[in-house]
Design a protein around this ligand. Structure first.
Ligand code: CUA
Length: 335
């Protein structure tokens, strides 16, 4: 029941794109994720073998040296100590195992970090905020939030390079089917890249505890055919729609303190504390993935964000019904 309710809550559609909503790192669909899966399997094999040997020896010892009828209860079993061979063995073998795992991990990390970008590379900057993701594509002049659009990599021809930054505390980017976790650290830039091999919506999240709403800092990576990606980027780069019929609703929005936190390009709304709303309606979700972007949800969100995301830094503006209707009507023109 709960599972169904949760799935219904997250239900959303990008027409024609399959959703990879079970973010299974053992089913990678991009190169960094695939090389990390190899280390994960090797580590499982090695630690699994150690577990079987150690548990087997414990079970064997318990069975072999159990108390038998006729044993003298006051008699201690023979004590073994001071064996140099055994001590050397149980020191050296674990050290060798640890160094093999370190070596393999380091090789994969260096391999991922030093991979040379293919000619068609999209660059974007992802900035972690409490509790949402700012997404900037400087080359395309696109500013958006919480949903990253990227082109699909055909035979390694495309990749997306991400510069990771934070506006406040440490966050961590993790889209398990695409790449391993990389932290977003204040006053520092980290880098990672992805090259999804199949179109689809890949689910990700923040993987470093960053405060109350850490669990609701969700991320979608929407991988599209390059032509679709370019069409999306061109539409996003445009300033906001200015519908003359919406002048009153727009004026209402602009009279409120929403403008201090949000940007709507082409208007006097130029705040940068919250997500850019220029093309709000092109996004599937609001509140960094807590709600699907429907009329009811958007209205409820603007009315009181604390209802669906307690602790969120967006306050309830205590709008009257009339104000709320106008603000939502205006936001809904931001296609
Ligand atoms: Cu951001 Cu956890």
């Amino acid at each position: 029941m709960l599972r169904h309710a949760l799935l219904a809550l997250l239900q959303s559609d990008v027409p024609g794109l399959p959703e990879h909503r079970v973010a299974n790192m053992f089913n990678p669909l991009a190169s960094p994720g695939a090389s990390e899966k190899e280390i994960a399997l090797l580590t499982f094999a090695v630690t699994g073998a150690i577990f079987v040997v150690v548990a087997g020896l414990i079970v064997f010892a318990m069975w072999r040296f159990r108390r038998k009828p006729g044993d003298d209860e006051r008699q201690e079993p023979p004590q073994v100590y001071g064996s140099n061979q055994i001590e050397v063995a149980w020191t050296v073998i674990p050290i060798l195992i640890v160094f093999v795992l370190i070596g393999v991990s380091a090789r994969v990390i260096v391999g991922v970090e030093n991979a040379s970008p293919p000619p068609a590379t999209v660059k974007l900057t992802l900035v972690g905020h409490q509790w949402w993701w700012e997404v900037d594509y400087p080359e395309f002049k696109v500013h958006t939030a919480n949903e990253i659009h990227v082109p699909v990599a055909h035979n390694g021809s495309h990749a997306t390079y991400l510069t990771l930054e934070s506006a406040d505390v440490i966050h961590s980017f993790w889209a398990p089917q695409l790449a391993g976790k990389v932290d977003l650290i204040p006053n520092r830039q980290n880098f990672t890249w992805i090259d999804p091999s199949e179109p689809g919506v890949y689910f990700g999240n923040c993987a470093e505890y960053c405060g109350t709403q850490h669990a609701n800092m969700l991320l979608r990576v929407i991988a599209q055919e390059p032509a679709d990606f370019n069409r999306w980027a061109a539409a996003e780069a445009k300033p906001a729609v200015d519908d003359p019929e919406m002048a009153a609703a727009k004026a209402m929005y602009q009279s409120l303190s929403c403008v201090n936190c949000h940007t709507i390009r082409g208007t006097s709304s130029r705040g940068t504390f919250g997500p850019d709303l220029t093309h709000l309606m092109s996004r599937e979700t609001i509140g960094a993935g807590v709600l699907t972007n429907t009329h009811e949800h958007l209205r409820a969100w603007v009315d009181d964000p604390q209802e669906s995301k307690p602790g969120s830094l967006m306050p309830s503006m205590k709008l009257t019904d009339r104000e709320l209707n106008q603000v939502v009507a205006y936001l809904e023109t931001l296609k």
